[in-house]
Write a protein that binds this ligand. Structure first.
Ligand SMILES: Cc1cc2nc3c(=O)[nH]c(=O)nc-3n(C[C@H](O)[C@H](O)[C@H](O)COP(=O)(O)OP(=O)(O)OC[C@H]3O[C@@H](n4cnc5c(N)ncnc54)[C@H](O)[C@@H]3O)c2cc1C
Length: 605
């Protein structure tokens, strides 16, 4: 559905301004409008829903490039680095880039369109652990974040398309559409691989079809300890199409009253890049706190440099919009801290470096960046096959950080090695051989919180400098769990016999002898160091305790040190939720709706 171009109200004055239309901002803006408040939703991208054949089409994708390590020797070990050639095109690889190629880093796509990253993501919808929510209660004392309450939020927003209504723990009347593939049978190589997984976990291999049909998001006793094979829900509609926050925004925009007038006061402005928050003196609260009064906006197409169509000479036109109540930043984990810093809220030394006047010295802005570490364990079957088992496997490794499962594995006749631009020029980039099979691990509860998002300049069109600083903290736990899983996967592959087997393990390679657990010591560690990637960045504007200097937000999403400004998106989690953050981000948006509506009548200070 094309979205009709937004009409700017003459005064450009609204109750609320929300920046960013992804899972954090889109539902919140829609809900506030549905509650009767006038809302301006500002989106830097436009309304495209797809594009020209590339895996991540330039029409809807922002191309970020990140570092995994500060140390360039370690950084250079990753096999899919992206470079810019002298003719402007991308080249992907590690060794022998063409003369003049400039290293950009590790490609890290984000959605840059109405609907944000929920328009390009893999849609996996897997609820986090209860402890991820209860952690927020523990650090802030705010019991509204309890896992029981967050389950109620989930039930309220979910529109379940794959279970009978009612099913405990699920919702059927909300806007967040979920579905789950339910295969009737499995074919090889996925069938034998999944049977080997079942046997390795002491489960009945003849029941793998039942297992991959099992809902993992229900009210399962001891869910967070439960290991084994489960189904894999996604945020899709009953017809199998993608659901994203775009759908709910469009539904809200298009709703009309019986007389044909617009039902909800939501205004969406696309191709509008928020450049900074504007502040005035807080008279209403009787304190000296600066109060957010609106935002500055740069209007124009592809103005952000992560947009692959960006022209550095395009400067757009600047204007301002006013928020009578509050401004909410939902630009995502890379952009919300950037906007805060451009507005003078962030680590003072960094702001001074770029001559940005310091409004609030908030050292936690852009810190605490986290990600689920990912890497495939690659096998090769003697014959190719298309049988994809679907579903997922949950493991509890010897290195689990808590008394909970800590590793998610999905698998199939494909190898997921991370991301790189598909429109790239290196024809010699190795392809996976016939019969290649991947067991992809995704680490839960990563202990590394050392990633950073820092300004690279004071220009709001520039991308920030992003460094995940992998394994800088909690290495023993994080890498230990990855090594445990590699050993386990080698054994699973080894158990697959003729006629489908034997399966050759291609990666990680082992130059010595495997130990009793299938591990290969330092070889595995070096491979993990080189080839880890991720795509779930969170936590750069984290909620935290009143006495924590790195707590950017309080438990009501309020930016500390100012009034009238909140952050609601994947950057708000103090610790990364579960294995896949999107459903938790939709839930946070639902929770923020409650909080904002509760506070709407009072003037929040
Ligand atoms: C390729 C890919 C696959 C993924 N797969 C999964 C998955 O299967 N399951 C899962 O749980 N998670 C997945 N994720 C992650 C998930 O999609 C994100 O965690 C989630 O979308 C975060 O929501 P958000 O609202 O914080 O940010 P985003 O969805 O990134 O939305 C931010 C929005 O803000 C806009 N914006 C930013 N800055 C400005 C500005 N200055 N002015 C105006 N607008 C601005 C952006 O254009 C964007 O539309 C995936 C992500 C990607 C990219």
């Amino acid at each position: 559905t094309p979205i009709s171009s937004a009409q700017s109200a003459a005064a450009d004055e609204y109750d609320y301004i929300v920046v960013g239309s992804g899972p954090g901002g889109g539902p919140l803006a829609s809900n506030l409008a549905r509650a009767g408040y006038s809302v301006l939703l500002v989106e830097g991208g436009d309304q495209s829903v797809g594009g020209s054949g590339n895996q991540y089409p330039p029409e809807i994708t922002w191309d970020f490039f990140v570092k995994h390590y500060e140390d360039s020797e370690r950084q250079m070990k990753y096999s899919h680095l992206t470079w810019r050639l002298t003719d402007g095109s991308y080249w992907v690889g590690r060794d022998n880039p063409p003369a003049g190629a400039k290293l950009l880093g590790v490609y890290y796509p984000r959605g840059g369109t109405v609907g944000g990253s929920s328009m390009i993501n893999a849609m996996v919808t897997f609820l986090p652990s209860d402890s991820d929510w209860n952690h927020i209660v523990n650090i802030t004392g705010d019991t509204s974040w309890s896992s029981d309450n967050m389950r109620k939020v989930f039930q309220r927003i979910e529109h379940n398309n794959y279970l009978p209504n009612p099913t405990p723990g699920h919702g059927f009347d909300g806007y967040f559409q979920t579905n789950m593939a339910k295969p009737m049978n499995l074919t090889n190589p996925g069938l034998v691989a999944m049977q080997a997984v079942a046997s390795s976990l002491g489960k009945d291999p003849s029941k793998v079809v039942d297992y991959v049909n099992t809902d993992p998001n229900g009210l399962i006793t001891n869910r967070d300890q439960a290991t084994g094979i489960f189904g894999l829900p996604s945020h899709t509609k009953s017809n199998g199409q993608r659901f994203s926050s775009r759908d709910y925004i469009v539904e809200t925009l298009n709703a009309v009253n019986a007389d044909g007038t617009k039902k909800y006061p939501l205004t969406l402005q696309m191709n509008s890049l928020a450049t900074r928050v504007l502040f005035g003196n807080d008279t209403a609260c009787g304190t000296a706190k600066p109060r957010a009064t609106g935002i500055e906006i740069m209007d124009g197409k592809s103005l952000y440099s992560a947009d692959p169509r960006h022209n550095p000479n395009s400067k757009g036109s600047i204007r301002q919009a006013t928020a009578k109540k509050e401004v909410i930043l939902s630009g995502g984990t890379f952009n919300s801290p950037q906007i805060l810093m451009l507005s003078g809220i962030g680590p003072a030394d960094q702001l001074k470096q770029f001559n940005i006047p310091v409004l609030v010295d908030s050292p936690g802005v852009g810190r605490n960046l986290q990600d689920n570490q990912e890497m495939p364990i690659v096998g090769q079957f003697g014959q190719s096959g298309f049988g994809n088992p679907g579903g997922c496997t949950m493991l509890k490794t010897k290195h689990a950080a808590f008394d909970e499962r800590d590793m998610f594995v999905f698998q199939g006749p494909f190898v997921f090695r991370g991301f790189w631009p598909s429109n790239q020029a290196n024809a010699a980039l190795p392809r996976d051989p016939t019969g290649a099979y991947g067991m992809s691990m995704v680490k839960m509860h990563p202990q590394n919180k050392a990633g950073t998002v820092k300004l690279s300049s004071a220009n709001p069109q520039d991308m920030p400098d992003i460094n995940f600083n992998l394994y800088a903290e909690g290495k023993e736990t994080d890498m230990g769990a990855m090594k445990d899983t590699i050993g386990w996967a080698r054994k699973v592959y080894g158990a697959i016999k003729a006629p489908q087997g034997p399966v050759k393990v291609l990666e990680p390679p082992c130059s010595g002898t495997l130990d009793a657990n299938g591990g290969c010591g330092k070889d595995d560690e070096d491979w993990i160091t080189a080839q880890t990637f991720g795509h779930h960045p969170t936590s750069t504007c984290a909620i935290g305790a009143d006495d924590d200097p790195n707590a950017v937000l309080d438990s009501r999403f309020r930016v500390r040190g100012v009034a009238g400004l909140r952050v609601v998106d994947a950057s708000t989690f103090p610790r990364i939720p579960g294995v896949f953050p999107v459903v938790a981000t939709f839930m946070v948006s639902g929770k923020a709706t409650d909080t904002l509506l509760e506070d709407a009548k009072a003037d929040q200070c």
